[in-house]
Design a binder for this molecule. Structure first.
Ligand code: MRU
Length: 347
């Protein structure tokens, strides 16, 4: 079999010389530009502006942001150090509302801040250790999810993806795309159909770029084409990531995911969700409780600065939707392949 070789993972995030370096995803695919961030407030802005995006990557960025916040807080009078740091952590936590990996990462950092055996001067170093651990673990998780997910795909398959769930969205090879990379490496004949993902085109700008760079056959389609291609029998499986999975298996992911899940259900093809356990939210019982981010109307009324809708038009711009668990064939985490009923298999 003609084995493909996945490229080294992208350096989506890195900690270097006391600064957080990220690939500025708003500039891809035109240029691969690196942003250097030395203030936690700028980490929050980068998360809000989608310069760094994708659930696991947001969590990692926030953890490194907490290191910057700790360094700043240590400069304040000693009784204030921890309270200032906790305030910064609450601000980081609010950077975006849907991806629960962000809250998960901040909670892990919060455990360090609560430790009485870590002196104020040692906080930044101890938080850096946690951030590095979260980052490294994410690479391992992507390899494991890739391997598990690849075992579900036939030797020859066309898979449909939505948004970007690749290396750019994580600290490793991605979630849904980790499965594609692993299947490709295992010698499976994989072809990807990536939809554009309006309004911000993560599929066209990021997924298409990542797969092309890896030499994996990829075909770009507009969002409206996806259900039709599924119905016409061209797609063997759907692979998507997630921003938050409720205890009952309802899945929040980029707006547009639900339509694809419905089409997959109607055509009887598998709809797989690939996400690390940091995306599971046992405290959220069902999808109805997942907070859905509403973003700026201009993302809908303009395409890259050019107005495409009349001035003053009413707009809704939910960034995510929720796919009910009954449309999800399996959820692949680094811990295994989980099948319905999810209440039990995810626990
Ligand atoms: O708004 P974004 O680009 O952060 O949305 C990202 C997604 O919806 C991804 O599919 C999700 O985070 C899973 S990525 C591993």
């Amino acid at each position: 079999m003609n084995r493909g070789k996945a490229p080294a993972p992208l350096e989506t995030l890195a900690w270097r010389d006391g600064k957080l370096r990220i690939i500025d995803q708003t500039r891809l695919p035109r240029e691969l530009a690196i942003m250097e961030i030395a203030d936690y407030r700028h980490v929050i802005a980068a998360i809000r502006n989608l310069e760094v995006r994708g659930a696991p990557a947001i969590g990692i960025a926030a953890a490194y942001g907490a290191v910057l916040a700790a360094e700043e807080a240590v400069g304040s009078p000693s009784p204030e150090v921890r309270s200032r740091l906790r305030k910064a952590l609450s601000e980081l936590r609010l950077a975006r509302p849907t991806a629960v990996d962000l809250m998960w990462a901040i909670d892990r950092v919060g455990e360090v801040v609560d430790r009485t055996d870590v002196p104020d001067e040692g906080l930044a170093e101890a938080i850096l250790e946690v951030a590095r651990r979260i980052h490294c673990e994410d690479l391992d998780k992507s390899l494991r999810m890739g391997e598990l997910g690849a075992s579900l795909l036939p030797d020859e398959a066309t898979v449909l993806t939505h948004c970007n769930a690749g290396g750019l969205a994580t600290g490793g090879y991605g979630t849904a795309l980790a499965v594609v990379f692993a299947a490709w490496e295992a010698g499976k004949k994989i072809r990807v159909v990536a939809d554009e993902t309006r309004p911000l085109l993560q599929g066209a700008r990021l997924t298409a770029w990542e797969l092309q760079r890896a030499g994996i056959p990829v075909t770009l389609v507009c969002d409206a084409a996806a259900p039709w291609l599924i119905g016409s029998g061209e797609i063997d499986a759907v692979l998507v990531g997630s921003d938050r999975i409720a205890a009952n298996g309802d899945v929040a992911n980029k707006i547009g995911t639900l339509g694809i899940a419905l089409a997959a259900d109607a055509s009887g093809i598998p709809f797989y969700v690939v996400a690390p356990t940091s995306t599971l939210d046992p405290d959220t019982l069902s999808g109805e409780e997942i907070p859905i981010e509403e973003r700026d109307a201009e993302e809908v009324t303009r395409i890259f600065g050019i107005r495409t809708a009349p001035e003053g038009i009413d707009v809704r711009n939910p960034a995510f939707d929720v796919t009910p668990a009954r449309y999800v064939t399996a959820i692949i985490t680094e811990r295994g392949i989980h099948r319905p009923p999810y209440q039990e298999s995810l626990r």
